[in-house]
Design a binder for this molecule. Structure first.
Ligand code: HEC
Length: 179
């Protein structure tokens, strides 16, 4: 997909997400699918449940297309897809949503130092779908990357971890993932 197509897709998602609060997830998906039939419209997401969960739980900070918000929350268009290619990176994704993250991080030469809340109240299937939306629909991870499974989320639950520990884990993982 060209950069231009990606941008059109992201803008389409922003537009589709606008007002998503008033619609059910199904209606959002139906609207997306019908929008996709029109020329120049974005393709529907590969992970529609992840899309709906992302818009409901994450977009308020990361933006509807995951572009991030300066000084508030980092973009999710680079690291998550790269994390998904390694075992420790995949653990990092699960840990971030289960325990949140706090402390200074740098993404694309910009600093972020705010608190990502934890989402352990969401079940394994919902967290896996949300991460797969980020990794594949937003991040365009290569086709040989395996989708995040419910079992991978389950394996990281019930640890004695908090957002500061997740940020420490990120420090060791981020330098090891592919550029
Ligand atoms: C209240 C705002 C907020 C919400 C809501 C939020 N995040 Fe975050 N997120 C952040 C912040 C802030 C950081 C960076 C934390 C830091 O500075 O240590 C972050 C970091 C991340 C990272 C790590 C990125 C990296 O480069 O390592 C991922 C992945 C992520 N969020 C995914 C999600 C997902 C998925 C959801 C929804 C289930 C979500 N976030 C909801 C604020 C938020």
């Amino acid at each position: 997909m060209s950069r231009r197509d990606e941008r059109a897709r992201a803008i389409g998602w922003s537009a589709a997400a606008h007002g998503a609060a008033a619609l059910t997830a199904l209606a959002v998906f139906a609207a997306l699918a019908s929008a996709a039939r029109a020329a120049d419209a974005p393709a529907p997401p590969a992970y529609p449940q992840g899309f709906a969960s992302f818009q409901g739980n994450c977009a308020v900070c990361h933006g509807p297309a995951g572009a991030g918000v300066p000084a508030l929350a980092p973009p999710l268009l680079s690291y998550p897809a790269r994390y998904a290619g390694s075992t420790e990176g995949r653990r990092q994704l699960a840990l971030t949503v289960l325990y949140g993250m706090i402390g200074d991080i740098t993404v694309d030469d910009k600093h972020y130092n705010f608190q990502m809340p934890e989402f352990s109240r969401l079940d394994d299937a919902q967290l896996a779908a949300t991460l797969n939306f980020i990794v594949f629909d937003l991040g365009h991870a290569p086709a040989d990357v395996k989708p995040v499974s419910e079992a991978e989320i389950a394996a990281e639950r019930a640890r004695a971890m908090d957002g500061a520990a997740v940020r420490e884990h990120r420090k060791s993982v981020a330098p090891t993932v592919s550029p």
